[in-house]
Ligand binder design. Structure first.
Ligand code: ADP
Ligand code: MG
Length: 465
């Protein structure tokens, strides 16, 4: 017979290993996997009929610096060792500095320890007399302690107790036990990691739900607060307007001055409320874009008419390059107007001398609009903070007379532009060297989208300041 033919024994052994590996792969819960493994080892060893009766798994507890019993095979012999034991199984805890205990020795040295004498592995914490009684009751002759190692570090031990003498343990058996121990070490490691992950995952889930809840609350609050604030503010504004127009009688100079301040603040408040409403609607995906093919140059020309008045007031220029060309892009007229008013409004605010130029160019895919001013400029450091929510820059070089603003304008500009498949960017050669804000409008129509059910909201009016 050829030598390399599988004997029934090797087949059984392979089968035993295979079953064990399967348990390890299939079971992720730590307690469950160790119990299953310990039982399976004994069952498999039992089939191999090698006289193994009790298997114990003990693991290091790093925090408490002890070796703790974790699992015990569910066999008659195991029950018998416990019947007479003075301590319940899970209280058999050995401090890591009890070097004389063979469990600790196996653990620390990473070597297999063999004994015929139960106190070697049970004392402390169990008294020698009681350990001997346990051994007798279960009919154990020999116990072998195997270290469980992961990457050279001992994480625990396994005790295999049998009703035969040490000399009867074959090399093959020892190799098998070694292999079992390695597998168990791996299983313990895996399932421990997994248990950890499970805990973290469930904690994350709870946190996430809380965050989502808070986020909804914030959205609701924003919507409600903005709506409720807008109505009285609008009423205040119209009464102020009436007063200012002399409808309540002639005003003296001081009264007019105070009234104008009140009007300005009210308008700013309304602008802020509108901005917050717009943002909360954008963030909730409740803003619809009415995208049409439009001549961008013509559109800008129209928008500039109103803004020119303001530029003239400030004695700065506002002009459009390539006035007479036509460049078509796909955009939402209202949103585009808002974007441009925001950008030019900023330039007006931060430009004392010179003026503002709007430039339109196009390439294969986009129409590009740039708003170029000769104003305060933006330092390299500050450029990083642009386009963020409440992104007003807190710096000295930009102090302007009417420096009021919400710091929401550029954030909305970005949301709108990106919502229309474009990009926006800012650049500046530095402080007092002017700023350029550029954005793109696609020349191709947007992909057809299924209509979503949008809860209708009252239209938001653009307040120009
Ligand atoms: N053209 C510009 N020149 C200089 N700084 C600008 C310009 N546009 C925007 N900024 C800076 O970006 C900040 C944010 O702008 P924005 O979001 O429109 O808010 P707001 O106009 O309410 O201050 C401004 O406060 C200003 O510091
Ligand atoms: Mg602004």
């Amino acid at each position: 017979m050829p030598n390399n033919k599988l004997t029934p024994d090797t087949l059984n052994t392979l089968d035993a290993l295979w079953k064990l590996e399967k348990i390890i792969l299939d079971t992720l819960d730590f307690r469950e996997v160790v119990q299953k493994v310990v039982d399976a080892i004994l069952t498999e060893l039992g089939y191999l009929d090698l006289g193994y009766k009790v298997v114990v798994l003990a693991l290091v507890d790093e925090d408490e610096q002890v070796l703790k019993r974790v699992s015990l095979s569910q066999t008659t012999e195991a029950r018998k060792t416990r019947e007479v034991s003075e301590l319940p199984f899970d209280q058999i805890v050995i401090p890591l500095n009890e070097e004389k205990n063979l469990c600790i020795k196996a653990l620390k040295e990473g070597t297999v320890q063999i004994t015929q004498y139960f106190p070697d592995i049970l004392t402390p914490p169990i008294s020698p007399e009681n350990a001997i009684a346990s051994q007798k009751n279960a009919g154990i002759k020999t116990s072998m302690v195997y270290p469980l190692q992961i990457k050279g570090k001992s994480i625990g031990i396994m005790i295999f107790s049998m009703n035969k003498r040490e000399e009867e343990v074959t090399d093959q058996e020892k190799a098998l036990l070694r292999y079992f121990s390695d597998l168990v070490a791996m299983a313990v490691q895996n399932s421990k990691l997994y248990s950890h992950l499970e805990v973290e995952r469930s904690q994350l889930k709870i946190l996430n739900e809380k965050l989502e809840q808070l986020d909804r609350l914030k959205d609701d609050f924003l919507s409600v607060a903005s709506h409720e604030l807008r109505t009285p503010m609008t009423i205040i504004k119209s009464y102020l307007w009436m007063l200012n127009a002399g409808k309540g009688g002639q005003l003296n100079q001081k009264q007019t001055e105070y009234l104008n301040k009140a009007v300005t603040s009210t308008e700013r408040m309304i602008a802020l409320i509108n901005d917050m409403l717009n943002i909360s609607r954008m963030e909730q995906g409740r803003v619809e874009f009415d995208i049409k093919k439009l001549d961008i140059v013509e559109l800008i020309r129209d928008i500039l008419v109103d803004l020119k008045v303001k530029a003239d007031e400030r004695k700065i220029y506002l002009e459009l390059e390539n006035q007479n060309e036509q460049m078509f892009g796909f955009t939402d007229l209202g949103k585009f107007t808002e974007i441009l008013i925001n950008l030019i409004g900023n330039s007006l605010k931060f430009t004392r001398e010179g003026g503002i130029k709007v430039k339109v160019t196009e390439d294969d895919n986009y129409v590009n609009v740039s708003v170029i001013d000769t104003g305060a400029g933006i330092s390299i450091e500050d450029q990083k903070h642009l386009f963020h929510k409440f992104g007003r820059l807190d710096n000295s070089y930009q102090t302007v007379a009417e420096s009021g603003g919400t710091g929401l304008g550029l954030y909305i500009v970005k949301l709108y532009i990106e919502g229309m498949r474009g990009t926006v960017q800012a650049s500046s050669d530095g402080i007092n060297k002017g700023s350029t804000f550029s954005f793109t409008i696609p020349k191709s129509p947007p992909p057809a989208q299924p209509k979503t059910d949008l809860t209708k909201q009252p239209e938001v009016t653009i307040v120009k300041n």
